[in-house]
Write a new protein. Structure first.
Length: 272
């Protein structure tokens, strides 16, 4: 068993009560597997829960240094779908690191969502703050990358982009939905679909009623070569609703309240 002394840090303006200076978190013994051991690839953006106090390490193994100790019942977000050496690359609060699958289980999604829908919403959240990048789809899913959010100026499609991160509306939703299956990593630039494709019939998605939208569905239109798509989160499908979208060159990728006129149709990802 390993012990890590956690000292209290004053965080001005955050409303967080620091831990007592003598607080000790006891980490799990990563050499011993338990019956709840997690294995295999997990959905990028899905949530896992710790089954004991667990080390968050700088790499996939017990020889790597400990960033922090996560308490029993802590929730972490998967930032790389494939484990390495039995360890998962996860985000805990603001920290990204590696945690042993021997002390992780898949979390039950909240709000009645399926695991796939909950993971899609988490992937959408991870893109908020990045720039609008016409014809592209690429961002770091655990926070703004070292190269920044990117910049967009002008009127698209004749706009100018700076940096190597961002997405346009269809590039963003394609990454969120992971369509096709090879388009699963937000860190890899890919833009396989346009709004014209999303409007059309496809085995990857189908039309659904705007009156029965669920979190993770999308609304799309394409008329005379112009179109837009965004991810629905909650609210009235015919009125005010919360959405995740690559809104445009000035706004970038946002989470905001919006309406959609009757030109938009609702679509759902197959299997969700």
């Amino acid at each position: 068993m390993m012990r890590l002394l956690v000292t209290g840090l004053m965080m001005a303006g955050c409303g967080v009560t620091p831990a007592p200076s003598d607080a000790v978190l006891v980490s799990a013994d990563e050499q011993s597997a338990v019956s709840s051991s997690l294995s295999g690839a997990q959905l990028l953006g899905s949530t896992l829960t710790t089954t004991g106090n667990l080390n968050l390490r700088t790499g996939p193994g017990t020889t790597y240094s400990i960033r922090t100790v996560m308490p029993l019942g802590a929730e972490v977000t998967v930032v790389d779908a494939t484990p390495s050496n039995g360890f998962y690359n996860v985000k805990y609060n603001a920290l990204v690191g590696w945690a042993s699958g021997s002390y992780l289980v898949a979390s039950a999604p909240s709000g009645g969502l399926t695991v796939a829908r909950a993971a899609a919403v988490e992937r959408a959240k991870s893109g908020v703050g990045y720039s609008y990048w016409w014809g592209h789809g690429k961002w770091t899913p655990w926070g703004l990358s070292d190269t920044g959010a990117g910049t967009c100026t002008g009127d698209c499609p004749n706009c100018t982009h700076g940096g190597s991160s961002g997405a346009d509306c269809s590039g963003y939703v394609g990454k969120i939905w992971q369509v096709p299956s090879t388009n699963s990593d937000p860190r890899v630039d890919s833009h396989p679909y346009s709004t014209a494709t999303f409007v059309g019939t496809n085995s990857q998605w189908s039309t659904v009623s705007r009156s029965a939208l669920k979190a993770g569905d999308a609304l799309v239109y394409n008329t005379n070569g112009a179109g837009h798509i965004f991810l629905y989160e909650s609210g009235d499908g015919w009125g005010s609703m919360w959405a995740y979208e690559a809104k445009g060159c000035v706004a970038g990728i946002v989470h905001d309240l919006r309406t959609a006129d009757s030109t938009f149709k609702a679509i759902a990802r197959t299997g969700y």
